[in-house]
Design a protein around this ligand. Structure first.
Ligand code: GBH
Length: 476
């Protein structure tokens, strides 16, 4: 049995923390690395907080040993990192391999394994090689085959040691913030069209890579491949109001369902998503190509291309109908919901992050029921600080304790097959459009100090305690 404090997880439960390349590495042009769209986006001053950038970030490219010390101090069983595609392949293709980049990730992986820490690698966490953006980026159908080449290169080079792979992190965020809202690189604001095309090409890219692994590498390497999907938990503002209920369903379909339905349920997008988009196309007299594409028989099938479910969960919303002020075609108009926060939910540092640990339990139960009871890894979950850093982050300690206890309840009481939990993030880092003003770390990073010194937060100590307890008190 699991205790509610979360100290009775199965013995093989995965306890991790996560980071991503652009957010921590720095070394943006060290040793032959090619530029990525985030290098370009930041240098073009596209709206990042105080025009900050990830040129140096936590300098993990040079200070990896410090990160490893942090990982050991927490007692993690697993570390989730991402590869910088353009560090390994500066022009995006395996025609030119940057051996210094290969050496860097070899060292990281080998050091982790030597310390008995297993590795989960994300191949793509928002940082497309600029050379591929120049060919049209994720909007262009050809990107899928290029991604597949990159993925095969990584399986071939690192797959003898890496057994957990995430192809793409948060296609929803890449599509929406990168191509609809313009808050992320490449900063496009092509409302109501580009994001669906990008999402489609990401699904095609993911599926190709999964099939490559499945047919060429799985038998010898014996690893598992999935993609990390982010979703809030959405529930109706008034559960007795039919429109609120369908609005919450629509929100789930447009966020999680967009990517999970094709992979886990039908091989196609959710009906409610397709019909909502088609209705708007007609209403707005849209005469371009179909906005939400169809999957082609010429591509490898997407259905069944995940060996586990990887979930990034941060927050929850109450949903009610209407509320779309957009006069023009847009994703927001297609979705046509209004999202509100329950007044009882505390909002941590960043405005979008209401703290709702019980929403994670509900979302996990939903995933079990709707996506056929998959193995689930929570690949990201965390809590942010804004303003002067506080090492004694009592509220974040409470956050981790209550969230992990909700995970235990999901396992024990709802029978969800949760295999692991990764805190976001190992350390404070470059928080995309928020620059260094928002801190998600279990370790504080002093960005004003040339050494970029890492100091454990109280929440880091709390997490280490939870892990230690779990390891010593496991029932199985
Ligand atoms: C994750 O996304 C990312 O994978 C990770 O790199 C990042 O550091 C972490 O979150 C913390 O943010 O600005 O109002 O448009 C989490 C999912 C989806 C949460 C988009 C923020 C934007 C809200 N994100 N959402 S808004």
């Amino acid at each position: 049995d699991f205790q509610s404090e979360g100290n009775m997880f199965p013995r093989d439960f995965v306890w991790g923390a996560a980071t991503s390349a652009y957010q921590i590495e720095g070394g943006w042009q060290a040793d032959g690395k090619g530029a990525s769209i985030w290098d370009t986006f930041c240098h073009e001053k596209s709206g990042v907080f105080e025009n900050q950038n990830g040129d140096v970030a936590c300098n993990s490219y040079e200070l990896w040993n410090k990160d490893l010390e942090c990982i050991q101090q927490l007692g993690l069983t697993h570390y989730r990192l991402s590869f910088s595609w353009s560090r390994l392949l500066p022009d995006g293709t395996p025609k030119n391999v940057n051996q210094r980049g290969v050496q860097y990730y070899n060292r990281v992986i080998n050091d982790l394994l030597a310390c008995k820490v297993s590795v989960m690698v994300t191949l793509y966490h928002f940082d497309l090689p600029q050379a591929i953006q120049n060919l049209g980026g994720w909007k262009s159908p050809g990107v899928a085959a290029l991604f597949n080449d990159y993925a095969k290169f990584c399986f071939e080079t690192f797959g003898d040691r890496v057994k957990l792979w995430i192809t793409i992190n948060e296609p929803h965020t890449c599509a929406k913030l990168g191509h609809e809202v313009g808050l992320h690189a490449p900063g496009l604001k092509e409302k109501g069209t580009a994001a669906y095309m990008v999402g489609h090409n990401m699904l095609r890219a993911h599926a190709m890579a999964w099939h490559s692994y499945n047919s060429v590498y799985r038998a010898t390497q014996k690893g598992e491949v999935s993609l990390a999907l982010n979703s809030d938990w959405f529930e109706p503002l008034d559960p007795s109001c039919h429109e609120d209920v369908t609005s919450a369903e629509r929100d789930l379909a447009f966020t999680l369902g967009w990517f999970a339905w094709p992979i886990f349920v039908t091989g196609d997008y959710p009906d409610i998503m397709r019909s909502a988009i088609e209705t708007q196309s007609k209403m707005m007299g849209y005469s371009g190509d179909m906005r939400l594409p169809r999957f082609s028989k010429d591509d490898p099938p997407v259905l069944g291309t995940a060996d586990f479910f990887a979930l990034n969960y941060y927050t929850s919303r109450k949903v009610t109908s209407g509320g779309c002020g957009d006069q023009m075609l847009s994703m927001k108009r297609d979705l046509n919901v209004e999202e509100v926060l329950d007044p009882s939910w505390p909002v941590c540092g960043v405005s979008w992050l209401a703290v709702v640990p019980c929403g994670l339990r509900k979302l996990l139960k939903y995933i079990k029921d709707v996506f056929n009871n998959p193995k689930v890894y929570i690949t990201e979950n965390g809590f942010a600080q804004v303003g002067p850093a506080q090492i004694e982050d009592v509220d974040r300690c409470e956050f981790y304790k209550s969230t992990i206890s909700e995970v235990a309840k999901a396992m024990e009481e709802d029978g969800v097959n949760v295999c692991g939990y990764f805190a976001w993030s190992l350390m404070d880092n470059f928080e995309w459009a928020d620059g260094f003003s928002v801190r998600f770390g279990l370790f504080h990073v002093d960005f004003s100090d040339a050494e970029l010194s890492r100091t454990i937060y109280q929440s880091g100590q709390e997490y280490a305690k939870i892990i230690a307890k779990s390891k010593s008190a496991s029932p199985i």
